[in-house]
Design a binder for this molecule. Structure first.
Ligand SMILES: [Zn+2]
Length: 71
């Protein structure tokens, strides 16, 4: 899909939190018991920070429900 903000083809996937306090992106959300690093298409978004809530600066386009994140 292309976002009207950037016009670029966007890769579908999921931004998710890991049990060790990081945000990651992958083609699919890995099961809770699986090491997220082994998920298909894994990209590290934030560093692991145990006991912190994972978060990342993002820009959201509510019109087309698109979130763009720089990591
Ligand atoms: Zn948009």
């Amino acid at each position: 899909m292309k976002c009207p903000n950037c016009g670029q083809e966007m890769r579908p996937g999921f931004l998710f939190s890991t049990k060790d306090g990081a945000l990651s992106f992958a083609d699919e959300v890995p099961s809770w018991l699986r090491n997220a690093k082994h998920a298909e298409g894994f990209v590290k978004v934030t560093e692991v920070r145990p006991n912190h809530r994972a978060s990342i600066d993002a820009q959201c386009c509510e019109a087309c429900r698109t979130i763009v994140i720089n990591y």
